[in-house]
Write a new protein. Sequence first.
Length: 605
Amino acid sequence: MSKKKRKIDSENRAFQARWETDYLFTEFKGEPMCLVCLETKSVMKDFNLNRHYATAHKEKYERYTGDARTALISDLKGKIHRQQNLFTKCMTVQESSLKASYAVSLVLAKAKKSLSECETVKQCAIEMAKAFGDEKMAKNFESVSLSRRTVTRRISDIQCQIQEKLKQEIENCKYFSLALDESTDVTDVSQLLIFARTITEKFDVHEELLKLVSLHGTTKGEDIFKSVEIAVNEHGGFAKLSAVVTDGAPAMQGKKSGFAGLLKKNGVNCPVLHCIIHQEALCAKILDFSHVMNVVTKVTNLIRGGNRALNHRKFTAFLDEVSATYGDLLMHTDIRWMSRGKCLERFFALRTEVPVFLEDSIKSDTSAYCSNLRDPEFLCDLAFLTDMTAHLNNLNTQLQGRSQAVSDLYGHLTAFKRKLILFHDGFSSDPVNLTHFSACEEMRKDTPECEMFFAKYKKDIESLQEQFRIRFQDFHAMQHRIDLFADPLNAAVSEQPGEMQLELCELQSDPFFQARRNERGLEFWKLLPESRFPLLRDFALFMLSMFGSTYICESSFSTMKHIKSKDRNRLTDDHLFQLLQVGCTNFQIDIDSIVHQQEKPQVSH
């Protein structure tokens, strides 16, 4: 600092000290302010301050001199500071109250709870504060606005932030894919879910709800295409689209008037895949054991149907008395794909107790059922269906879950096809190999004559193999690309596209990558430098951006049914979308930034 500047600063400090001592003025936000009346002067001149003091305050305060005047100035400045702190404190409490309002709204939206419950949360917080004897905190909680309309606005603000982040995510991504599924809500309105899976140049994968479209009219392919087109165009269009996965309905997969056909007609050339989980469920239906399922379903309904409360109570008491393996039967619902396996497993375990109960407690119209449940051939069919459905359910469980790459899903599918070959060989051997069919093995131990029935199940396995071969054609067509993605160091170079063959030769010959062959999938592809392997790296980004199933849509429909329930069936389409997007989002919500964007709260005087 120069001597001249130091001299000026010293003079300014001396002048300011003289303001306080002679004229009872201090500096406030760069301007002189009177300590007595708090009036500020725009011009920092000695004459202006002297005139104000002489005309307004000299008569009252000129008798204070020396230490008395110093104490007076200190007291006046203390009063100003306390007043300023009061306003600051009020502002801080208001801002904290606003943050709390957003935080509670977010928690309830994530928990899929009714917005009217916010007032209950507020009352609980107040009562807890009072129970701890903190009356000050209780008053702070009372200041938090959590009315139903206020919380609705809070959810809208949070959802706007999610939309902004999603828009930036799609703008910055390398590729994205879509998952589409349609279902009806509790008021029979058709709801179309559109999810987006994005990937950045740094291999960061993100799955997020793009749009929930309420279709109040028809649900044709044209309606679905228009809805998707509008939603995607709001975020930059189809230029980065890598694939679309649907539930396989005709309106989705139709080549002419379906969504897939209209997408192609509009110049969007990307694969439209049929959800791998849906196709697995369709394959499972080829097992025609209706004679078994009819008996299981009717007996279960007879024992624990809607108007069979007494039978149900007697049955559970009976099972408890005989110390059965399970304490009850399970109901079966066709639309819940995995319920059949659970129902069969429970029924098979109670196959000896059920006919005894039917004969002792129900008696009428149960003779046919009891005859079936004691027939060795019927019980073998029940055992085989129980075991085979358990294997299919296990595959279904493996295919579920978010953020799975297409290669992972296809790997589970390939493994199951190999298991079917193993099962077929087991039932073709003599004697039949039942290592992987525990229920059938249990039947063979209990009833040795069952051995003669097991060979016929070879045809059922062959039918299942044929279904798995015919279906999944869209995934089978991608097998070479899936193999390359899953194991690039061992992939056949000649089977890959010509533009990538040279880079693949370099990759497979590089000792650095050969030493890291234990790295698989995403972790391996991250190692590739873009300067050396631009095409292979782009290929990996393309594959990782693809949805393989509509599981994320299916799980979100479950969430939607919690949000728009019978008790909340008057939710508007916009509010339903906002609540679902907030409830399903993976983004971190920055409440501070939302609060700072709001207008400054007004403090009452």
